[in-house]
Design a protein. Structure first.
Length: 393
């Protein structure tokens, strides 16, 4: 195959990847934002975290996208899977901080999106405020009646100390996470806590899954590298793995910064090296899956296609993708496109009505659940494969 992940010395150069920031009504980001951008990975020498190589062009495009209103899946809101995300994260929070202690607590959420989580905390009696640069925060202010400052953090409109600071899906977006956390600590009260969530990248790294790579994400955490980052800036943190959505949840408080154990760096960096090797294997298996189907004249549907876009982009010169179909259960995505792919996303009923010969389910967290539901509905008419099963063959 001609398109290989670069095997030269670090940084690990992947060429370009699609730039994803929001569901699109047409298969392009339009004149103000590019459809693809360079992408390269490296290893943070302090913590062993896999990081996207800093790039001024990428940073500039991201700043524009955040102001336009970047909205990728995995956000908390009042409907569907977004509500399930919120319920799970709230359940984690109240398992370590009783709901009674949130009554009267001063709460700040950085990168609060629509403000739905703030709304839930407000209903528990908390005094809440959020910071969100995109316009959807202002829409949430009206919908949920919670104050949201339209700005980046730190903001001059946010002052004083807070009993709880929420960072849901934020640290992975920070170019300088250590400096960001130092700023966050200045707003933490004496007994205040930080509660956070980041994607758990380790299971994806183990099997070489390219779907975790996004230009919006500068950092790709394992539980070990997350702990090392937080210890380095004086935040003692308890980290748990969510059994629901493939995330790492953490809650902690201000402590004293600790010198990191040098012996732990090789352990984390080895995970990144394993990912690099596994990704080449995974890409070859993905390409072979598509080639075999096309050679047999079989139609292929990709379920949760957002998780396939990077791999599809990297093999697009090797195989005809024009006959693929995309399916997703998220109603917000129906009829929308990804940049560079003229394939509209269809809802599940369209698949049931007019099935493809094969379905590849790209969701790691919900793949088995989706597969069981589709098998019941399709009654054996479609060959269903879950992404990790393909990679582990």
């Amino acid at each position: 195959m001609n398109k290989q992940i670069d095997s030269s010395d670090w940084p690990w150069k992947l060429g370009t990847l699609p730039f994803l920031y929001s569901p699109l009504s047409v298969p392009t980001n339009g004149p103000s934002l590019p459809d693809s951008l360079p992408f390269a990975l490296d290893i943070d020498q302090a913590t062993g975290t896999m990081t996207q190589v800093r790039n001024k062009a990428v940073s500039g495009v991201l700043a524009k996208a955040y102001l336009k209103g970047s909205e990728l899946s995995g956000t908390m809101n009042e409907h569907g899977i977004g509500r399930e995300y919120a319920e799970d994260f709230l359940s984690f929070l109240t398992s370590v901080i009783p709901a009674s202690r949130l009554d009267g607590a001063r709460v700040l959420e950085i990168g609060c999106g629509t403000g739905y989580y703030l709304y839930r905390l407000k209903n528990l009696g908390a005094d809440v405020v959020g910071v969100e640069p995109g316009p959807h925060g202002q829409d949430g202010t009206k919908r949920f009646q919670v104050p949201i400052v339209r700005d980046f953090f730190p903001s001059q409109e946010i002052s004083g100390e807070f009993d709880l600071i929420v960072l849901y899906g934020v640290l992975e977006h920070m170019e300088q996470p250590s400096a960001f956390l130092v700023n966050v600590r200045t707003h933490l009260s004496e007994r205040g806590r930080i509660v956070l969530s980041v994607p758990d990248c380790e299971p994806f790294m183990t099997i070489g899954d390219l779907s975790i790579l996004l230009h919006e994400h500068w950092n790709y955490y394992t539980s070990g590298s997350l702990r090392k980052l937080l210890e380095s800036v004086g935040l003692g943190l308890e980290v748990r793995k969510s059994s629901f959505c493939g995330a790492l949840y953490g809650i902690g408080k201000d402590t004293s910064a600790r010198e990191l154990d040098d012996a732990s760096f090789p352990q984390e960096s080895r995970k990144v090296a394993i990912y690099r090797r596994a990704a080449n294997i995974a890409l070859k298996r993905f390409l072979n899956y598509l080639r075999e189907a096309i050679e047999k004249g079989e139609s292929v549907g990709i379920y949760v296609p957002g998780r396939a876009i990077n791999a599809l982009w990297m093999v697009r010169q090797e195989v005809d993708l024009s006959t693929l179909r995309f399916f997703d259960d998220n109603s917000v995505l129906h009829g929308t496109y990804f940049p560079g792919f003229d394939i509209p996303i269809e809802p599940r009923p369209k698949l049931i009505e007019d099935p493809t010969d094969k379905i590849l389910i790209m969701s790691r967290a919900f793949g088995e659940r989706i597969a069981n539901q589709l098998r019941a509905s399709l009654d054996g008419r479609v060959m269903i494969t879950i992404w990790q099963d393909l990679l582990l063959r």
